[in-house]
Write a protein that binds this ligand. Sequence first.
Ligand SMILES: NC(=O)c1ccc[n+]([C@@H]2O[C@H](COP(=O)([O-])OP(=O)(O)OC[C@H]3O[C@@H](n4cnc5c(N)ncnc54)[C@H](O)[C@@H]3O)[C@@H](O)[C@H]2O)c1
Length: 253
Amino acid sequence: MSTSNRPVALVTGSAGALGSEMCKQFLADGYDVVVSDLRAEAADEVARAFDPSGNHVLSVAIDVGSTDSVDAGIKTIIERFGRLDVLVNNAGNFRQGLTKSYSDEDWRFITNVHLDGAFRCCRAAYPYLAKSPYPTIISIASVAARIGLPGRLSYSVSKAGLEALTRVLAVEWAPENIRVVAVAPGFTKTANRIFVDGKEVTHEAFAQAVPMKRMGRPEEQAAVVIFLASKKASYINGQTIVVDGGATIDLRV
Ligand SMILES: NC(=O)c1ccc[n+]([C@@H]2O[C@H](COP(=O)([O-])OP(=O)(O)OC[C@H]3O[C@@H](n4cnc5c(N)ncnc54)[C@H](O)[C@@H]3O)[C@@H](O)[C@H]2O)c1
């Protein structure tokens, strides 16, 4: 094991739209980056695309739904880079459904990834973050935690839980100088499909509900994550930054 001179950022679920953009921007900002996802091959592809040499990007299969997988993944990162400075809890999934017929299994599937997964990653990363000169945890929440979106109970509750996790750990780990923050993206243009009252709507139609009349872009979410990890954000702690084009102050679906 050799210790990297560059700060090391781990982004969970980073074979996906937002996470891969975060990895790209962390790399451009001088970090060594860990692309990690449940989908190992997709993570490998992202890592190869960003850094064919493999010098500054490591791909690690991590299922945040499993404590063993998270712990093993963190061990692999430390074996390779010798340090961990930034953890981004980004992995996510989605199972829409009205609560009256939502199953226990669906509930557990969603909360286990979004909320329990973030808890597992924070716990496993803590000893290494505590040794970092500039440690940050950033969890990707959602505006769904702040507005009542029917059919999204497990998702919204998980995201609200991430905001609470952010506040508690910001205080608990302040003595180690670990800043703990969150980003709550609004409706961001990815391959995701949007349903309102059970009917699919286009991104363009849905964007009309946002004051800025457009969806966010992955790079706009990632830029805030990179800022929050940077020294420029050195006094921001325990907060969730909403990046939604104004949707939560005036959403007209
Ligand atoms: N896209 C949006 O509009 C939007 C809005 C608000 C919040 N978010 C949040 O941003 C994050 C990223 O969303 P995205 O749009 O890039 O979604 P995405 O589906 O493109 O990416 C999510 C990634 O997480 C991975 N993943 C799923 N389960 C996992 C597990 N158990 N372990 C590890 N990885 C797992 C998936 O394989 C996928 O690559 C999510 O937490 C999502 O809830 C997205």
